[in-house]
Write a protein that binds this ligand. Sequence first.
Ligand code: NAI
Length: 303
Amino acid sequence: MSDAIRFEDKVVVVTGAGGGIGRAHALLFARHGARVVVNDLGGSTHGEGANASAADRVVAEIREAGGTAVASHDSVTDGEKIVQAALDHFGRVDVVVNNAGILRDKTFHKMEDADWDLVYKVHVEGAYKVTRAAWPHMREQGYGRVIFTSSTSGIYGNFGQSNYGMAKLGLYGLTRNLAIEGRKNNILVNAIAPTGGTRMTEGLIPPQVFEQLKPELVSPLVVFLGSEQCQETSGLFEVGGGWIGKVRWERSLGFGFDPKAGFDAEDVAANWKAICDFEGAAHPADNVEALREMMANLQKYAL
Ligand code: NAI
C-alpha cells in the first residue's frame, strides 16, 4: 500500500458535480480531506434548464459525511464565477476537474448549428473558461492539477456524435498543450475518457452492464491525478468498471519519397501498404519526436 493521498490543504473544483460521475469525484475528494466546490448548473442532459438543487444535494451529502464543500450554480461558460467561489470561500484553487457535459446526439446530416454550438460551448469553452480562470492562481502558487473529461467517442468516433466527439478530442488537444505550458509551474494536466452508468448513458448501455459501471469506479483515478503524489502529465486514460488503461499515439514509420525527384498520386497508391505498415511503429511523445522520420527523409535525399 502506498502513502495515503490527502488534500487537507487543497481546494478542488469539480464541474458538473451535481450528479453522475462528477458527484462521485466530489464525494471522493471530500473523503480525502479536500475542500470542494461542487459546481452544477442543474440542467437536462440536452443542456436545457437550470436547477440549484443538484449541486446543493451533493454539498449536503458531503457535509453530512463530515466533509467541507460549497455549491456553485453557475454554468461552466461563466468559469470565472466558479473559480471566484473557490477563492471567496476557501482562498485558493489547487485542482480543477472539468467534468460538466451534455449531449446533443444527431447524425451529421441532421446536425443543426445550435446542437453543434451548445456542445462546443459546454465542453470546450466551459472547460477553457474554468481552467483559464484558475490558471494564474496555479502559476502563482507553483502548484496545480487539471483534469479534462474526454471520451472514447472523440478518440475512436461514434455514430451520431460528431459534435460531441469533436469537443471531446478537442479537450485532449487542450490537455497536451497545457501540459507543456504548465510543467514549469508544477501544473500537471491530464485527460480521462470515462465510462459510467449515469443519466447520460441510461438506455444506451444494456441494463445489467449499466448497473455494474458505477460512476464511483471512475473517481479513484481522478483523485490520484489531482494529488501531489501524481507526477503524470499530458496523459489520456480510459477508465470504467474498475479498469484503467493509458492511451498513446501510434504512428507508422511511414514511407519516404525523394522530395527533389517528385512523386505523384500513383506513387502514393503504389506504396500505400508501406505508408500504413505499423510494424515497429513510432510512439512520438512530442513534436520533435513526431518530426524525426520526416527530417530523416530530408537528410536521406539531401545532396
Ligand atoms: P451527467 O449528465 O450525469 O452529469 C453531467 C453534469 O454536468 C450534470 O449534473 C449537468 O447538470 C452538469 N452540467 C451540464 N452542463 C453544465 C454547465 N453548462 N455548467 C455546469 N454544469 C453543467 O453525465 P455523466 O455521465 O456523469 O458525465 C460526466 C462527464 O463525463 C461529461 O463530461 C460526459 O461527457 C463525460 N463522459 C461520460 C461518459 C459516460 O459513460 N457516462 C462517457 C464519456 C464521457
